[in-house]
Design a binder for this molecule. Sequence first.
Ligand SMILES: Cc1ncc(COP(=O)(O)O)c(C=O)c1O
Length: 452
Amino acid sequence: MHKSLDQALSYSNRWLDLIKNPVVNEEQGKQIIEESTSNFAEHFNRGWLDYRKSVTEAGDWAATEWTGAGAVFRDVLGREYIDCLGGYGMMDLGWGHPDVIAAVKAQLGRTPMPSQELIDPLRGVLARLMAEITPGDIKYSFFCASGTEAIEGALKLAKMYTRRSGFIVAVKAFHGKTMGSLSMIGKADFRQPAGLLYGGPVYHVPYGDAGAVEKQLDICQKVGVDIAAVLMEPIQGEAGAIVPPDDFWPRLREVTRAYGVLLIADEVQTGLGRTGKLWAVDHWNVAPDILTVAKSLGGGVMPVGAFCSTEEIWQVMMYPNPFIHTSTTGGGGLACSAAIAAINVTLRDRLWEVAAAKGAYLIPKLNALAAQYPQIYHGVTGKGLLIGQHFNDAKIGYKVAAGLFKRGVLVAGTLTSAHTIRIEPPLVITYEQIDAVLDRLADTLAEIKRGM
Ligand SMILES: Cc1ncc(COP(=O)(O)O)c(C=O)c1O
């Protein structure tokens, strides 16, 4: 039985009017906040709301985001925030980049989605662009809508190509929350509640320790466990911007070759410039066998993900069954036009160099604050604009996030704890905005110290 079709129709009508005419006064703004809060609590996820509220509540009214441009967004009451969360790496180009919006709008007017049966040009254009900008011999791509789907595809490809089923992954890794990706992540808090996951062997080894990977490969070989691939983030994102030692990726490449297993680089968060190189593996001149990307590939406008590999490995995607891996909605016209524009802007504005320069400006200043407040900070890590501030405990981290939010700066937490807080702004953040963040952080830290 349907509950209330008439009500659903009139409610959606009211909101379609608001979507089309988004100008609201203060009274309406407050009503939208109340309504959105209640909708989240009653129909989306009350726990999520409770968790967020303690950091984001400002004054009497919780913040409900409404518009944004560049590295700044406004809530429905018009209050302004500098975005240092950047959609967890999805907003490299900032909020609603005009060039991406223009491409998507134009494509929207022509055809938003392909027939599925014929050849649609944009999917091919995007695949060719990916072949041109990815490292090594990577030549083929498959498009989906999220990072976790990209990982699922990469795992399946590695299994199909090698005809093996084991994976070696890292402690504290994050690769997504669907069954395959979930099996690979390094946080039991997320894996265990779902019970039995991927059926094949998965080994978690310490991140940044190529010797541990080699040892695991050796053990597996000796006991006859077949490993398909080693899957790692080039720089761990959700774990808190953890940069591995410089020899880690070159050695991973060597040992995976030596043992005949594939190397998968998960560039979902690091890809397209965030860490100061176009791909984070470029820091060490390593070409993986399979690369995954998502988040900023859609330019912060459309959901787009991809897994990409070499012609040799891609054979199993093409023959004998070219439909072995498909997605009805993945790689549609809107997604591809957004990704083509995102790649264009990234290359035109050389955004990886922008990220490197801004990181080189910001990180030493954060280090100076960390040195000034040893009772608060454990340290600062990161590369480019993927930066982790590590605090002495999670309570302090929480206070820093709340203090910053009160001052109009949104920062990114990590997997489950405020022990580490990421600064991951759009790469288009201005130096003026970076200075404002630093000033507000200095104020917040002084306030926390006074209260200690
Ligand atoms: C490295 C990495 N891989 C995969 C994912 C999953 O991406 P998505 O949230 O789009 O499924 C994430 C998300 O944070 C990520 O950081």
